[in-house]
Design a binder for this molecule. Structure first.
Ligand code: ZN
Length: 381
């Protein structure tokens, strides 16, 4: 029996907000956390000066270290509520201690923490290895880790607000069946990218790619986050900078741009052919309405303007391989209202085939706007 009682180190990040840690991390709460993890009720406690560790209570006992994520109740809004947790989880993954485990401890919550989005993030945390200590007292559901990529994608998608740009993280599959994660690195969502990668690393059987969409070449995921993702050896990180894209655009007449794919995922949702609704991601490509080769011939435009048009969300459609080819060859065309038309070259059995394999007669109205109409006009001018 170890005579040294469990010892808490509480990071002072909790002090940054009105209502210090001592107001809500009371002796009762610490005793409860201690008992649930170690089976002991007596403990000692220190408050530690340390920044950038998130909201974190460390408990040490018998050479083991227990990370306990405790939400900061002085923080309002779901993004600030969640943003500190991935930071703490990254610190946990980077901890060399072999005997470590990580927990989440609920406190009385202002507002509703049972929304689908909260549930999604709790499940991501569980998939990343977090155990929840007192769920039954605060939530009407249990928190189960995700077991498949498809689960994550489906739940993620059901939380999306279709009417506006979410600027968040997207998962899809490429034509060669590689799992691809597209993450932005600024704003509140960058921490979601990290959390998603940690969760995916625990369930993916094959290596995936994380495309980091950098803004103005200035942003990246935080170095500790990248180090952890790299160390798990499941996800290859691919940086996408505007410098790289400028070079690619100069060299090629097509543009394999992670930013373009990201923008289409952000606008159109998961891959689904605009002409036939095929949603097998391995068959779906990002097609330009105003083709890159044509944009490049606009000598009045600067390179950056050309890049902007080549990656614009309104200049793209999801098309399956067949329809992409037919669109590129102008065997299928769009009129300026987004109606789908067949070339007069096509007749007989080809026309029968095309009619049968192209059930849609128009682009979805929700995706058409003035810009889309402008790109269609430019395509055929
Ligand atoms: Zn199609």
């Amino acid at each position: 029996m170890n005579e040294t009682p469990p010892h808490f180190s509480i990071k002072n990040n909790y002090q940054k907000y009105p209502g210090k840690y001592s107001d809500f991390l009371t002796n009762d709460i610490l005793r409860d956390i201690c008992f649930r993890i170690t089976g002991r009720e007596e403990y000692t406690v220190d408050f530690i000066e340390e920044t950038n560790v998130g909201k974190l209570v460390l408990l040490e006992y018998n050479n083991a270290v227990f990370y306990v994520l405790v939400p900061d109740l002085a923080v309002n809004g779901r993004n600030s509520y969640f943003q500190s947790f991935p930071t703490s989880i990254v610190k946990y993954y980077n901890d060399p201690c072999m005997e470590r485990s990580i927990y989440f401890y609920f406190l009385p919550f202002k507002g509703n923490n049972t929304t689908n989005y909260y549930k999604f993030l709790y499940r991501l945390m569980a998939t990343a290895g977090v155990s929840f200590l007192n769920t039954s007292e605060y939530l009407p559901f249990e928190i189960h880790p995700f077991t498949t990529l498809e689960d994550i994608v489906a739940i993620r998608e059901s939380n999306r607000n279709r009417n506006k740009s979410n600027n968040s993280t997207y998962i899809t599959k490429s034509s060669d069946n590689t799992v691809e994660i597209f993450g932005k690195t600024y704003g509140a969502n960058k921490k979601e990218t990290t959390l998603l990668c940690l969760a995916l690393s625990n369930i993916l059987s094959e290596r995936a790619k994380l495309y980091i969409i950098c803004e103005q070449n200035l942003t990246n995921l935080p170095a500790p986050d990248l180090a952890v993702i790299d160390s798990l050896n499941k996800i290859e990180v691919v940086q996408t900078t505007t410098t790289m894209e400028r070079r690619e655009l100069e060299l090629n007449n097509s543009l394999r741009s992670a930013r373009f794919i990201y923008n289409l995922l952000d606008k159109l949702g998961p891959k689904k052919c605009a002409f036939c609704d095929c949603d097998i991601p391995q068959l779906i490509q990002g097609a330009h309405i105003w083709p890159v080769a044509k944009i490049k011939r606009q000598h009045q435009l600067t390179l950056d303007e050309k890049l902007k048009y080549s990656t614009n969300r309104d200049n793209g459609l999801w098309l399956c391989e067949n329809h992409h080819k037919l669109f590129d060859e102008n065997l299928i065309m769009l009129n300026s209202n987004g109606e789908i038309q067949f070339s007069s070259e096509i007749s007989g059995s080809s026309l029968t085939y095309l009619t049968g394999s192209t059930p849609k007669t128009s682009l979805d109205l929700e995706f058409i706007n003035e810009n889309v109409e402008l790109y269609i006009t430019k395509r055929y001018s």
